[in-house]
Write a protein that binds this ligand. Sequence first.
Ligand code: DGL
Length: 269
Amino acid sequence: MLTNTLRNAIGVFDSGVGGLSVLRAIRTALPHEHLVYVADSGHAPYGDQSEAYITQRTLNVGNWLAEQGVKGITIACNTATVVAAKALREQTHLPVVAIEPAIKPAVALTRSGVVGVLATRQTVQSAAVARLVELYGADKRILLQACPGWVEQVERADLYSAETEALLRQFITPLLEQGADTLVLGCTHYPFLRDTIARIAGEGVTLIDPAEAVARELARRLADAGRLSGLTEQGHVQFFTSSDMAHAQAVMSHLWDGPLTVQALPSSR
Ligand code: DGL
């Protein structure tokens, strides 16, 4: 039954609830598509884990989605992309669209010539990000800032407490002091902290979230492959988690801005 309901949906996954910020953009760009979202919250955060662990989790979840018959996969997790998108692409014939830190648009926008990239530890240390910096950041200063602890706050839906604000300030302030006027939200959990990040950064600072660009790219890829649904009614969205169901249900409903039903990702995954 599960197989039938997920067949021909678009699979979207993240290490946890952060990818809902990407799912939101996909829902807006492709309202007639059925979507299935996997929050691998039982294994979050990925950003402090080894590359081998992140690759294994990405393959477990990505292959599970493929086995359900989805027609395309979106990796809504920068950390999984920079570490393991290549490995997943090698294992599936499906189109895989993957989010990565938006360094290119940030470089085009900065006036001070200093760009801050807020991301997980594994993302800032990755060869993929080093390559983006080399490609686009030649005549700019690109400051890569790991933000340990931010993902955990979003996984608890603790978006506005004094503790969260202090944690945000700790990693944003040094970037501002070095002249950054453009900040890349290089982890899909961070758009849920956007209000506080914007308040700390102040008016002259631009925040960049590539979620809408990813949704456009997904739409383009599916259209090119002749894989759009052709439905005229609203598509349905199904949610899965690898963590505690009651907690996931509460947090994901809060972040999605509406009640939703979460199902368990099979424990073999
Ligand atoms: N949302 C993930 C990202 O975009 C967070 C990774 C993590 O779990 O540390 O990088």
